[in-house]
Design a protein around this ligand. Structure first.
Ligand code: DGL
Length: 273
């Protein structure tokens, strides 16, 4: 048993899309979430910058005594999972790409046509393609960067014509020309526009990494006897810019759940040792 919190982080509010799946599967667990809202988006930044930001955040989470770090960000997972695992050998560090790639390999036959959408960095890294190819070499996988989605979502521009036009701009040709039947939402912000995507492409089967990662978390905590039991802790949500959007999104995502939460603004650059 280990009642310490699980540390989650993302460039902004996208990683919050994992939390309802976590609380449904593991209701005893508590979390410390960090959204780097002051510096989002990460997905078009240099890899050295993203690595530096990620190390700062992971250091902060470890200083706050988390029992595990969950990289609730495809962009970070695609380029610095091993660096973070190397830096914190004493706790499990879980990336979001491998569980989703395993789901693709397990649930698709070679006749399926799979599309991956994500940030520029995630798509350029080819992390999804590499892992899927290892597990299922014959499967056709196509990928497309969609860099405008994250800034729009962080701005709360979700249920309106601007988002709909952006979805069609990125996905119409991608889906039709490649005759896709499966789409991986390879950015944790994208589940927030899942229903909009499904309106335009109702026949696509969606794979959501924010959901798939929960199995890995559960498996690791179980194997290491680290599951929480009756934790008295609160869930704490830190943001480097505690914006109205961030708090509204937490309220939207958790509206149906009883959650004790604390919000905190944190200047991550000045907390680094
Ligand atoms: N949620 C992050 C991801 O999964 C978004 C990256 C960004 O900030 O551009 O990749």
């Amino acid at each position: 048993m280990d009642n310490r919190s699980i540390g989650f982080f993302d460039s902004g509010l996208g990683g919050l899309t994992c939390i309802p799946y976590l609380t449904a599967a593991l209701p005893e667990e508590r979390i410390i979430y960090f959204g780097d809202t002051a510096r989002t988006p990460y997905g078009s930044k240099a890899t050295s910058t993203i690595r530096n930001f990620s190390m700062q955040i992971a250091d902060f989470l470890v200083q706050n005594d988390v029992k595990m770090i969950v990289i609730a960000c495809n962009t970070v997972s695609s380029i610095c999972l091993e660096d973070l695992q190397f830096r914190f050998p004493e706790i499990p560090v879980v990336g979001i790409i491998a569980p989703a790639a395993e789901k693709v390999a397990a649930s698709c036959g070679n006749e399926n046509r799979v599309g991956i959408i994500g940030t520029k960095v995630t798509i350029r890294s080819e992390a999804y393609n590499r892992l899927i190819r290892e597990l299922k070499p014959e499967l056709e996988v196509y990928s497309e960067p969609c860099p405008a989605f994250v800034p729009l979502i962080e701005e709360g521009i979700i249920r309106n014509d601007i988002m709909d036009m952006t979805i069609r701009y990125y996905l119409d040709d991608f889906v039709l020309e490649n005759r896709l039947d499966t789409l991986v939402l390879g950015c944790t912000h994208y589940p927030l526009i899942r229903d909009r995507i499904e309106r335009f492409y109702p026949d696509l089967r969606i794979i959501n990494p924010s959901e798939e990662i929960i199995c890995s978390i559960q498996q690791i905590l179980t194997e290491r006897s680290m599951l929480a039991i009756h934790s008295e802790r609160e869930n704490i949500f830190y943001a480097s810019d505690l914006s109205e959007n961030f708090m509204n999104m937490i309220e939207t995502i958790f509206s149906s759940q009883e959650m004790k939460v604390q919000f905190k603004n944190l200047d991550i650059e000045n907390t680094r040792k």
